[in-house]
Design a protein around this ligand. Structure first.
Ligand SMILES: Cc1cc2nc3c(=O)[nH]c(=O)nc-3n(C[C@H](O)[C@H](O)[C@H](O)COP(=O)(O)OP(=O)(O)OC[C@H]3O[C@@H](n4cnc5c(N)ncnc54)[C@H](O)[C@@H]3O)c2cc1C
Length: 288
């Protein structure tokens, strides 16, 4: 099927893009990698009259550590994350998730920030950002605001970004000096969306957990932050008993539905097993 008719804009500057979003509001949709928006338009699940293609705007494709956080620009592709030295060496949860996003074709085009804006509860990056306490920087003609990821992901395919705002970058806090993390994903076949995905992050000091992050994919109406499990880990030393307790609490936080990928009970148990497995793997490979 072909998309319904739309007017295409390809602004050359951020200012022009923001002016278009301010002028057209709900009628406009931002086009980044197009890996979710274009299929939706071709299926006519979405029929935006105005498309604002941001791909020609310079300066949005950088990955850099600055001001105590990692900054990932709106045009950073999944493939660039996979190949980034700073992410491979300092952000193990992101590094583990990157190669699990779909297939190379989608990763070459799809953007990290676009995935967050799409807010698919089966999107992998939302859980990674919840585990890492990341945020999204939203810009409009009225100014800029920084939205913590837990407030940004609002519901299935819904974020709290306003229609006149462009998400210009995502930020991830500096992991500190002793940290570990990973992402585990159960998928029916390579390239599939998650049946269950689990993002974990641990920061430690002398063996004591100082910060813990756990995000869950595909087991709720949004990606889920397993807050009680995180709190159980902080202040403890990683042991089998602590890992099992955190895994049990994470499974309690999941709210899965039975569908073609498995029953709700099965998915909840996969959360328990994967959180335990992820924490063990992370604890075994700390970066110090
Ligand atoms: C076959 C296939 C398999 C996939 N498998 C996975 C998978 O396993 N895991 C996974 O996580 N994802 C998967 N995806 C989704 C993929 O990661 C998408 O690329 C991603 O969700 C959207 O990123 P995009 O840059 O393509 O955004 P687009 O498709 O361009 O946009 C998506 C939405 O976000 C909005 N948007 C995008 N960027 C911005 C911005 N900067 N500011 C404001 N709004 C913005 C758009 O207006 C649109 O509503 C898959 C997609 C396909 C086609």
């Amino acid at each position: 099927m072909f998309p319904s008719q739309f007017t295409y804009h390809a602004p050359a500057t951020l200012g022009e893009a923001l002016a278009l979003l301010a002028e057209h509001g709900d009628d406009a949709k931002v086009l980044a990698g197009g890996q979710s928006l274009i299929p939706l338009m071709k299926l006519r699940f979405a029929a935006p009259p105005i498309i604002v293609d941001i791909n020609r705007i310079p300066g949005l494709d950088t990955i850099a550590e600055e001001g105590g956080s990692l900054r990932v620009g709106a045009l950073v592709r999944n493939r660039a994350i996979e190949r980034s030295d700073v992410i491979t060496s300092r952000y193990p949860t992101m590094a583990a998730a990157a190669p699990m996003i779909s297939d190379p074709v989608v990763r070459n085009q799809g953007t990290f920030v676009g995935s967050l804006c799409h807010a698919d509860p089966q999107g992998d990056w939302g859980s990674v950002m919840l585990a890492l306490d990341g945020s999204v920087v939203a810009r409009s003609v009225a100014g800029e605001r920084v939205i913590p990821i837990g407030e940004f992901l609002d519901g299935p395919f819904t974020s709290t970004l306003r229609a006149d705002e462009l998400a210009v970058e995502a930020r991830v806090p500096d992991p500190g000096s002793e940290f570990a993390g990973t992402y585990l994903k159960l998928e029916r076949k390579v390239g599939d969306f998650a049946t269950v995905g689990v993002a974990v992050f641990l920061a430690t000091s002398g063996g004591t957990v100082t910060k813990a992050g756990i995000g869950l994919t595909g087991v709720g109406a949004t990606n889920i932050k397993a807050t009680a499990a995180e709190q159980a880990l902080v202040g403890g030393t990683v042991s089998d008993a602590l890992i099992e307790e955190a895994a049990r609490l994470a499974a309690e936080a999941a709210d899965p539905r039975t569908d073609i990928r498995g029953s709700a009970d099965y998915k909840r148990d996969v959360v328990r097993v994967y959180v335990a497995r992820g924490l063990r793997a992370a604890a075994a490979t700390p970066v110090a």
